[in-house]
Design a protein around this ligand. Structure first.
Ligand code: ADP
Ligand code: MG
Length: 254
């Protein structure tokens, strides 16, 4: 089978924790430029799947390939990061005592460690890049503030900006709307939509209003018990009886 056109392909992936199958014969294919939303009930294996992609945990069996040639299963977390796979965790992990701009500088691709990159004079290309990212993430007027003083939503946007500064080819974003106000959530959706096409993004999310906002005309994947339960346009996924049964029907019972 040729998989050259996929940026990421996972086939027959399994991962057990103490005999519990968190990922169960998972197959997942992602094309370059996609903005893919992955939904599924708690415990479905969504975060574990990201852990497997980023090398935080190792799959027991199966293959995970990036750009049709890099076997992620054989690589360390650091090597995978260097390939251009960036991850945003649920809780923001910004450097709270550094300014917004400094946080972006620290993430610039090719930057050489925390201290030297802060004291290193930026070239004009790098300055332009930082300005462009600040604009994209809507933090231009907050550029000199310490990241620790930002609102929760702004911290999340900064972290997405840090992935952009890293020049991540694949952005993995785990539950960005968690803890956000409705307005912050909507702006996060706009931000991700503005990145789609230029970047390839996987978003894990529970908030169905947000999922609908970012997935119009795109594919949504539903994970359940470590496998893909169904995949397709958001409307057909939301009206699929299997999905209603395992996920949407229990949404309020969480
Ligand atoms: P989701 O993100 O879809 O809510 P997770 O991937 O976090 O689900 O978890 C899937 C299942 O795997 C859960 O039952 C969880 O308890 C289990 N699990 C995840 N990581 C570990 C781990 N490091 N050790 C043991 N069990 C784990
Ligand atoms: Mg999770």
């Amino acid at each position: 089978m040729t998989q050259k056109s996929f940026l990421l392909s996972a086939e027959g992936v399994n991962k057990s924790f103490d005999g519990f199958k968190a990922i169960n014969d998972l197959n997942f294919y992602l094309e370059s430029g996609e903005l893919r939303t992955v939904i599924g009930p708690n415990g479905a294996g969504k975060t574990t799947f990201l852990d497997l992609i980023t090398g935080r945990t190792q799959a027991d069996t199966g293959t995970i390939e990036f750009e049709g040639r890099h076997n992620l299963k054989e690589m360390s977390e650091h090597e995978i990061y260097r390939l251009g796979i960036g991850r945003k965790f649920q809780t923001p992990t910004v450097y709270t005592d550094h300014s917004v701009t400094e946080n972006l500088i620290l993430s610039l691709a090719g930057s050489r460690g925390v201290f030297s990159s802060l004291f290193f004079r930026l070239g004009s290309d790098q300055k332009d890049r930082i300005d462009e990212i600040l604009k994209t993430i809507n933090l231009t007027e907050h550029r000199d503030r310490k990241a620790g003083t930002l609102a929760h939503g702004q911290k999340q946007w900064l972290e997405i900006g840090m992935l952009l500064a890293q020049e991540a080819k694949l952005l993995l974003v785990d539950e960005p709307a968690a803890g956000m106000t409705d307005e912050e959530t909507a702006r996060t959706g706009e931000l991700l939509l503005s990145l789609a096409g230029k970047h390839t993004i996987v978003v894990i999310e529970h908030d169905m209003v947000f999922v609908r906002q970012i997935s119009q005309g795109r594919k949504v994947t539903v994970l359940h018990q470590g496998s893909v339960l169904c995949e397709g346009p958001v409307d057909s996924v939301q009206s699929d009886p299997k999905v209603i049964e395992v996920y949407l029907g229990r949404k309020h019972a969480r």
